[in-house]
Design a protein around this ligand. Structure first.
Ligand code: HEM
Length: 536
């Protein structure tokens, strides 16, 4: 059934020649030589030493010795599936992206869900952010929407990302704890980098223990741009809405499942697809006119703030259906390389300093993770449209480039790849006007750490609030340093005094003396609402 679904899927057709069926064949070496014995190495006498001449033994062992590649520095544990995306209505008014023009068009996709902190072998139900990365194989090249299941992020500037990850990963002297936020360095980072407050509220909520990958939202997090064919740009935030709704585990369930079935979420995804109960997600956008850029009391370039949905409505524009499991987890799920910088004409960036750093990081890390500059040739990463340029050589080059000229602008060949104008589909960066003095500084509103954190808390139902208090108590309660525990409750008093006081009692520190912050949102709609509208 899964195969039938994808008969017309251009990515599936492209992958077909790479699939190798081993059953019913004869064993060969990598050189194609038939193997006569795969159980006894070549020895000098029945009980004698193994001899170097045994090329089969050496090839087999050597290949095995090199089977592992580095796990991703973050989001190591993930699971993926193929599918397709269909648009509800043309988005031509907003963007010239070809895959967002024609509702009849189906675009192949590959989606990898992941946890952030745990290593490759950690458990699925850890309290953690989930990655939600989608590769659209469009006719204009690959477009990667590399998002998370939480709409905001821990930090505001990419320069802090190595610090954040060093703090949240297991502590270096004893490599503990695995896949949990219950440790001193994480909470020490929290208390000393308070822009994290809003994200930590989400991470302590039920959102960080989803019931299933099929039942969680996805968010592009950053502010991006849509650009239409007239060159008009609007700001856009991307969302994925699961058709099954958002559902979470409770913490006791998550812990029991982690023990009994650490593969719970990958199994759930795999089995749903196997029985034809295909996971569906609607793609939605929030669009902001350029003249509204400064309408809010927060900066739209600040990834720790979301755009309240009652002010900037969420418009559903299409649906993605995941309808085929991978054939081979290593070849596809592990070797896939997502990159927020993979865009198509009609989608562009903003100056969000977190996004700008990401644009550097992904390609850089993949150069080492996937062994050199040719990983775009790995089948799962190949675009479905042709690739032509003057890049050559490097480890494991697959393409056999013909001709002697491999440089742009030449007189010896007249058919080397030509560039394209915007009209011909060439990617032209949005001509944003930029001016300013070179500085290491940020907008003042980046320093409002608690308004949205507090709005989030106010938006929770009583059981959800109880779960947040229990999560704080469990996680912070495991912190050995009393000073760090005290700093954390002193910090979260700015979100809610009663909440922080209860946590203080539960984790054995003094009740916080500070006061909860006023919601400083000057936007009338926000201040009046005093809550954030959360879907489902
Ligand atoms: C994976 C860096 C922020 C979502 C990664 C990887 C790196 C990285 C190095 C591993 C990539 C690989 O090995 O292929 C960064 C940096 C960030 C940042 C430097 C901030 C400055 C974010 C944010 C999001 C995000 C804000 C969500 C909007 C993801 C996802 C993956 C990932 C989903 C896993 C992709 C996959 O499944 O292969 N990130 N990241 N990251 N990141 Fe980020």
């Amino acid at each position: 059934n899964q195969r039938k679904n994808l008969e017309e899927n251009a990515k599936d057709q492209q992958l077909e020649p790479f699939r190798v069926e081993n059953e019913g064949t004869r064993m060969t070496t990598n050189q194609g030589l038939r193997v006569s014995n795969d159980e006894d190495s070549l020895k000098a006498g029945v009980r004698g030493p193994t001899i170097m001449e045994d090329f089969h033994l050496r090839e087999k062992i050597t290949h095995f010795d090199h089977e592992r590649i580095p796990e991703r520095v973050v989001h190591a544990r993930g699971f993926a599936a193929h599918g397709e995306f269909e648009l509800y209505e043309s988005m031509a008014e907003y963007t010239k992206a070809k895959f967002l023009q024609d509702p009849k068009k189906k675009t192949p996709v590959f989606v990898r869900f992941s946890t952030v902190v745990g290593s490759l072998g950690s458990m699925d139900t850890a309290r953690d952010v989930r990655g939600f990365a989608t590769k659209f194989y469009t006719d204009e090249g690959n477009y990667d929407l590399v998002g998370n299941n939480i709409p905001v992020f821990f930090i505001q500037d990419a320069i802090k990302f190595p610090d954040l990850i060093h703090a949240v990963k297991p502590e270096p002297h004893n490599d503990m704890p695995q896949a949990a936020s219950a440790h001193d360095t994480f909470w020490d980072f929290v208390a000393n980098n308070q822009e994290i407050a809003h994200m930590v509220m989400w991470v302590m909520s039920d959102r960080a223990i989803p019931r299933s990958f099929r039942m969680m939202e996805g968010f592009g997090v950053h502010t991006f741009r849509f650009v239409n064919d007239k060159g008009r740009s609007r700001f856009v935030k991307f969302h994925w809405k699961p058709v099954l709704g958002v559902h979470s585990l409770v913490w006791d369930e998550a812990q029991i499942i982690a023990g009994k079935d650490p593969d719970f979420q990958r199994r759930d995804l795999w089995e749903a697809i196997e029985i034809g109960d295909y996971p569906e997600f609607e793609l939605a956008v929030q669009i902001l006119e350029p003249e509204d850029e400064f309408k809010f009391d927060f900066d739209i370039l600040d990834a720790t703030k979301l755009w309240p949905e009652e002010i900037v409505p969420v418009k559903k524009i299409g649906k993605m259906t995941l309808n085929r499991n991978v054939d081979n987890v290593f070849a596809e799920t592990e070797q896939v390389a997502f990159h927020p910088g993979s865009v198509v004409p009609g989608i562009d960036f903003t100056n969000d300093p977190l996004l700008q750093g990401r644009l550097f990081s992904y390609l850089d890390t993949q150069l080492i993770r996937l062994g050199g500059p040719n990983f775009a040739e790995i089948p799962i990463n190949r675009p479905i449209c042709p690739v032509h340029n003057n890049q050559r050589n490097g480890f494991s080059r697959q393409t056999i480039n013909l001709g002697r000229v491999s440089y742009h602008k030449n007189s010896l060949a007249n058919n080397t790849p030509a560039t394209s104008t915007a009209r011909e589909g060439g990617y032209v960066h949005y001509e944003e006007k930029v001016e300013g003095r070179i500085t290491r500084a940020r907008s003042k509103s980046f320093d409002d750490h608690f308004s949205q954190a507090r709005l989030f808390w106010n938006s929770m139902s009583p059981p959800e609030k109880q779960h947040i208090i229990e999560a704080f108590s469990f996680e912070v309660g495991k912190v050995k340093s009393k000073s760090v525990r005290q700093q954390v409750v002193d910090m979260f008093v700015h979100v809610d005094k009663a909440m922080a006081t209860t946590v203080a009692d539960n984790v054995g520190v003094n009740r916080p003396t500070g006061e909860q912050s006023k919601v400083t949102a000057s936007s009338p709609a926000l201040s009046q609402a005093n809550t954030i509208k959360l879907p489902y």
